[in-house]
Write a protein that binds this ligand. Structure first.
Ligand SMILES: Cc1cc2nc3c(=O)[nH]c(=O)nc-3n(C[C@H](O)[C@H](O)[C@H](O)COP(=O)(O)O)c2cc1C
Length: 243
């Protein structure tokens, strides 16, 4: 008990316990607790239909050129982002996650994405869940404007983002499969998914920034995240650059 009251002691133990030993690696992950349940609406949900976007055709901007020139941007043009570009970026991001983490995906340990669409051509302003790797967008909640939108984020410049892709995942499943190390690998997965979406969107002329995402207190009234079985892990804000 004395150790748990001391935050340095907690971090020291966490650092030790979250390292994989040789035996951990040989044993491999535990089966886990079954498929992760997708994030649902908190209440009745908005009166909007599901959207089935067609992914934009591949863009041919070379990856080397994107990586050499990209910078984080948090201020955007007043121009709607096509839902087809969001769909293409999500498809690439989910595909990369499956390729990188095949065992977790096969065990039903899937990541999710919430699409907070503010200025998206082809979507009403709302929060959607990206199903089928982004080929089906399920409306879960309305998305506020003005002061209420600013209260959903720590840095208010993100409140005006044309679109935010918030990566969600199950901390409880990560811990039951991988022990304390599961938190690290879950964050690495979420970062990879968000970053792939950003780089892919850049090929279509979008800019943006990865960031911590919505405040838990901002998301919880909208969707059924409890912070443990399902929580937001990381996010990316996207839009067109100001001319
Ligand atoms: C793991 C990670 C977390 C980040 N979190 C935030 C954040 O919460 N807020 C923010 O404004 N930027 C965030 N960023 C973006 C960084 O501020 C930005 O990438 C950094 O300043 C480097 O600038 P560049 O991306 O233009 O090279 C994050 C970046 C990374 C890699």
């Amino acid at each position: 008990m004395t150790v748990l009251r001391d935050h340095i002691g907690i971090f020291t133990r966490l650092r030790e316990e979250s390292r994989l030993t040789a035996e951990d690696v040989l044993r491999g992950p535990a089966p886990g607790t079954g498929p992760v349940r997708p994030v649902g609406p908190r209440g009745a949900g908005p009166d909007l239909a599901q959207v089935r976007p067609v992914a934009a055709p591949p863009a041919d901007r070379p990856l080397e050129e994107i990586l050499a020139n990209r910078v984080s941007i948090r201020d955007y043009a007043d121009r709607a982002v096509p839902v087809e570009v969001i769909a293409a970026s999500l498809a690439a991001a989910f595909r990369t996650d499956r390729e990188g983490w095949p065992d977790d995906c096969a065990a039903g340990h899937e990541l999710g994405v919430l699409v907070a669409a503010r200025t998206v051509a082809g979507l009403e302003q709302a929060v959607y869940r990206a199903d089928e790797d982004g080929a089906r967008l399920v409306p879960l909640a309305g998305l506020a404007d003005g002061r209420a939108a600013e209260e959903m984020v720590l840095q208010i410049e993100y409140a005006a983002s044309p679109v935010i892709l918030a990566v969600t995942g199950s901390l409880s499943t990560a811990l039951s499969r991988h022990g304390a190390h599961g938190h690290r690998s879950l964050m690495a997965r979420a970062s990879g998914l968000a970053y792939t979406a950003l780089i892919h969107a850049s090929a279509y002329g979008l800019v943006g920034s990865v960031f911590a995402g919505f405040l838990q207190s901002g998301l919880r009234p909208l969707v059924d995240l409890d912070g443990y079985r399902q929580r937001q892990l990381f996010a990316v804000s996207l839009g067109y650059p100001r001319p």
